[in-house]
Design a protein around this ligand. Structure first.
Ligand code: NAP
Length: 270
């Protein structure tokens, strides 16, 4: 029996589209979601189309490391074939989580990293790990206190982009240390979802002028679905293409430093 696929943020636009596509293929999915009601309505919608779909909802709040630990512990004795680190947030303001981490970094970076590390021992030998990144990564760099920005270093888009860039670097280093795993990234492009609402006065204008030109969640799901079934490693999936990791992201020394610093912050052995 193959293990199941875990999808974080399966209640969101792209997460739900990927869950639906896997259900259509007959693959079993664990929907890792913070809002059970929203997750249930996505599950019911998919079951209405595919009544035999194997979809289980398990609670996961990525703004809490304890929630990540409980979620991971719930897989004791189970096997995992793929992990899709899809959930993400683009917070308007600076905030700290109960763990003392900047919240955007907690949700987009520290929790997916911790979740992955805690689940490694349960993964099938050729398990797939797919991380959702963003084209915004190319416009930022990681320096100094990037993982724990101070309030004056925070910006809505900049912090979001740096959290995704950190995810990319961490997983390149994990792939170097664990060549048995199929670790890839997916970039969905610009997708018509909640994510592109900035919580600002200009949102209604952007909804009118910009949203109609964004991709549908189904289109945004295409790179992740390709990555989830790929036997490749360190590939960058975007649109319908599977690219070599862009050279601007390949920096082994930065990856090593970031990896070590992250394990220190999380107090997580590897
Ligand atoms: N939309 C784009 O243009 C775009 C572009 C590049 C990358 N991405 C990335 O694609 C991924 C999916 O985004 P989307 O466009 O589908 O947006 P979305 O519809 O807003 O979905 C985001 C998902 O993340 C979940 N989430 C947020 N905070 C969480 C937390 N603390 N704990 C657990 N789950 C949490 C949300 O849960 P709730 O359902 O409870 O809100 C939701 O399921 C994200 O990683 C995003 O950064 C999106």
């Amino acid at each position: 029996m193959p293990g199941r696929t875990i999808i974080t943020g399966a209640s969101g636009s792209i997460g739900a589209a990927v869950t639906r596509a896997l259900a259509e293929r007959g693959e079993a999915v664990v929907m890792a979601c913070r809002n059970p009601e929203k997750a249930r309505s996505v599950r019911e919608r998919i079951l209405a189309e595919f009544p035999a779909a194997d979809l289980e909802i398990r609670p996961l709040d990525l703004s809490s490391l304890d929630s990540v630990r409980s979620f991971a512990a719930s897989f004791d004795g189970e096997r995992i074939s793929s992990l899709f680190n899809n959930a993400g947030a683009i917070n308007r303001g600076y905030a700290l989580t109960g763990d003392g981490l900047e919240k955007t970094f907690a949700v987009n970076y520290f929790s997916p990293v911790l979740l992955t590390l805690l689940l490694l021992s349960r993964m099938d030998p050729d398990a797939r790990i797919v991380n959702m990144v963003s084209l915004t990564c190319r416009f930022v760099s990681l320096t100094g206190s990037a993982l724990r920005p101070a309030p004056e270093e925070f910006s809505q888009l900049g912090t979001y982009a740096r959290s995704k860039l950190a995810l990319l670097h961490f997983f390149l280093e994990l792939a170097r240390r664990r060549p048995d795993l199929r670790i890839n990234v997916a970039d969905p492009g610009i997708v018509n979802s909640n994510m592109i609402s900035m919580g600002r006065w200009f949102d209604p204008l952007a909804d009118l002028l910009f949203r109609p030109f964004c991709k549908s969640p189904e289109m945004g799901a295409v790179p992740a679905l390709a990555a989830l079934s790929s036997a490749g490693r360190n590939r960058y999936f975007v649109g319908k293409r599977c690219l070599e990791m862009p050279r601007r992201y390949v920096d082994p020394e930065k990856g090593r430093q970031l990896f070590e610093e992250t394990l220190r912050i999380l107090q997580q052995p590897f």
